[in-house]
Design a binder for this molecule. Structure first.
Ligand SMILES: [Zn+2]
Length: 351
């Protein structure tokens, strides 16, 4: 398919939100075990899901929408709102995460042309981050995953973890650097009554993460190749680009476009034309990666357009960018940021 490589459309942000009920039952069992003892040491146990169940869960959902919308490959990770890092202890997150990632791996084996894996990490508030590095390595080296989702707030809305440039996170960054994989910054469910998971918590976290990275003093000197994707169009950042440029100026930081944008990228999970138009107007095209997050937070049809809110390809298709720039957004930027992606695409004959 070498001739088709230029037309490849890579959705860099999708979650397995349609997993069979057995996955949810496993999680409920974990929660029950924790009720009596929050320090309960779980065993891994099994999640019995057949290949046919997996096929069924995807055929009428993500795969159908890929076909209808004309996108080709989704970088696919476990359901973000179910990561639930605030639940239980380190053993809770370890085994839950392993099962979730193993399901993604099976999907990438069943549908190698449609899905490429991105890892959930077994984070736990208050615990060190080395367990995440171990799971990341397993997913990349054994399962062929090309990135990970990093939760900047494993406490689920209480923000008890250090800022993203703190050495607390360095074991994960060291592993990302060693394996040449980027992280999408992605919170999970909120357990804070003031934050709604997929609205204020997600978008607030995106904005917060950008500020952490913008203000980082040594992080990108310590890890010169580290790359982060801020999802959901970068939260409020592109809309307030002038504010962030102004803050950088006041804090005597280098202009944002000079250094920071070698490390920070935004996806196109913005669910209206005006939002995408603003994103591509404000943010350099090299820093924008196509994504829809389907099937995710917003699943309905926009009555104003008659199309799904999350059918973001439609917005990018008609935005002001020229064809060459759109090719960057649809595939070339993802292939640059997800360094291991080309090798995987070649492996499955998509390049
Ligand atoms: Zn997401």
């Amino acid at each position: 398919m070498a001739n088709n490589a230029d037309r490849l459309i890579i959705d860099c942000h999708g979650h397995y939100t349609t997993a069979p009920a057995e996955l949810g039952s496993y999680r409920e069992k974990q929660k029950k075990e924790l009720q009596a003892n929050p320090l309960f040491e779980h065993t891994k146990g099994v999640v019995k899901i057949t290949d046919d169940q997996i096929r069924e869960s995807l055929e009428s959902a993500q795969l159908k929408l890929q076909r209808e919308r004309g996108t080709h490959v989704t970088l696919f990770s476990p359901r973000a709102s179910w990561m639930g890092h605030h639940i239980g202890n380190q053993s809770t997150s370890k085994y839950w995460t392993e099962h979730c990632n193993e399901l993604i791996y099976r999907i990438t084996q069943l549908y190698p042309h449609n899905f490429i894996g991105v890892a959930q990490l077994p984070q736990s508030p208050g615990f060190d981050t080395r367990a995440s590095a171990v799971e990341l390595e397993r997913c990349v080296t054994e399962y062929g995953f090309v990135g990970c989702n990093l939760n900047p707030d494993p406490s689920g809305g209480h923000w008890t973890a250090p800022r993203l440039d703190d050495p607390y996170w360095y074991p994960i960054y060291e592993k990302m650097a060693e394996l040449h994989v980027p992280a999408m910054i992605h919170v999970s469910a909120s357990c804070h009554p003031c934050f709604d998971t997929t609205g204020s918590h997600y978008l607030g976290a995106d904005t917060t993460a950008f500020q952490h990275l913008m203000s980082a003093q040594t992080l990108f000197k310590d890890f010169p190749d580290l790359k982060f994707i801020i999802p959901h169009g970068g939260g409020a950042v592109p809309y307030h680009w002038g504010r962030f440029r102004g803050l950088a100026d006041m804090q005597s930081l280098p202009p944002l476009e000079e250094q920071l944008l070698n490390h920070v990228f935004f996806d196109t999970c913005v669910y209206h034309q005006e939002g995408i138009d603003l994103l591509v107007d404000v943010i350099p095209v090299e820093n924008i990666l196509f994504a829809s997050e389907m099937i995710g937070a917003v699943r309905g049809i926009d009555p104003r357009t008659g199309n799904y809110f999350d059918d973001t390809k439609r917005y990018v298709d008609v935005c002001q960018l020229n064809e060459e720039a759109k090719r960057k957004v649809f595939s070339l930027n993802a292939r640059r940021v997800f360094t291991r992606l080309d090798a995987r695409l070649e492996e499955v004959n998509l390049l």
